[in-house]
Design a protein around this ligand. Structure first.
Ligand code: KIV
Length: 272
């Protein structure tokens, strides 16, 4: 281990939890080593989100994401992140059938990647799983509101909290997740007033995505905020226009190759 590695102190789950009501937590998704390396300085938390199925692999939803995909990307992110707390998503099908199944797969994710915590999407029984994992040494982040892994029962990616029933479910699941021991909770796709109520009711940080500034922190899918897609949801602010920049760069390269302007003398090896 190099002295540089030793000198960088990585954030911990108790430190993240202690940020409740304090300076907002800065969180982004990461899936690769170079991007994790770049984001590390700015972020408290890097999430190896199962959104990688859609963002990196072009899948229509997160349903097809496997443990193997999460492990490969988790390992890549851990090679780049030095300071940020790294959370890895449990993919669909890896934790729902029993707390024991969740424990086995969470252990695998943490052992094989070195990530520090897992995230599970909520559901009527997920608090039992959160309690089971946290009691056995695994920090867990909850996820309420819009649950991308519920895309097939919901019939699409639908914002939540529009009806009284949906509001009650999101609030109850947040309460249950916090009580079960989650150190933080992602709140996705809910209106500002509900995000405010959830944030006031739970004693752990809420991390919003499409859930207003009422939360204790914010997360975005990095590729969305960098402008890598031609469409992004209303809640995304674009901090760069990489899609256009990459397109222009590729077209310039194509022109230079076609005209033999590239490679030039300084880009060429010569025999001495
Ligand atoms: O998978 C993911 O990227 C997520 C974030 C959107 C919170 O769960």
């Amino acid at each position: 281990m190099s002295s540089h590695t030793l000198s960088v102190k990585r954030l911990t789950a108790p430190e993240i939890r202690a940020r409740k009501g304090k300076t907002p937590l800065v969180c982004l998704t990461a899936y690769t080593t170079p991007v994790a390396e770049i984001l590390d300085e700015a972020c408290d938390i890097l999430l190896v989100g199962d959104s990688l199925g859609m963002v990196v692999h072009g899948l229509p939803s997160t349903i097809g994401v496997t443990m193997e995909m999460m492990i490969l990307h988790g390992q890549a992110v851990m090679r780049g992140a030095k300071k940020a707390f790294v959370v890895i998503d449990m993919p669909f099908g890896s934790y729902e059938s029993s707390p024991e199944q969740a424990f086995q797969n969470a252990v695998r994710l943490l052992k094989e990647t070195g990530a520090q915590a897992v995230k599970v999407e909520s559901g009527p029984t997920v608090h039992e799983t959160i309690a089971y994992l946290t009691q056995r040494g695994i920090p867990v982040m909850g996820h309420v509101g819009l649950r991308p892994q519920a895309v097939n029962v919901d019939g699409g990616f639908k914002a939540k909290g529009r009806t009284a029933k949906e509001r009650d479910i999101a609030l109850q699941e947040a309460r249950d997740s916090a009580q079960a021991g989650a150190f933080a909770i992602v709140v996705e796709g809910v209106a500002a007033d509900l995000a405010g109520i959830i944030t006031a009711e739970v004693d752990v940080p809420t991390i919003g995505i499409g859930a207003s500034s009422q939360c204790d922190g914010q997360i975005l899918v990095t590729d969305d905020m960098l402008g890598l897609f031609d469409w992004s949801p209303k809640f995304v602010r674009r901090y760069a226009s990489l899609r256009e920049q990459i397109r222009e760069a590729a077209l310039s390269y194509a022109r230079d190759v076609a005209s033999r302007d590239f490679p030039a003398q300084q880009e060429t090896y010569f025999t001495k």
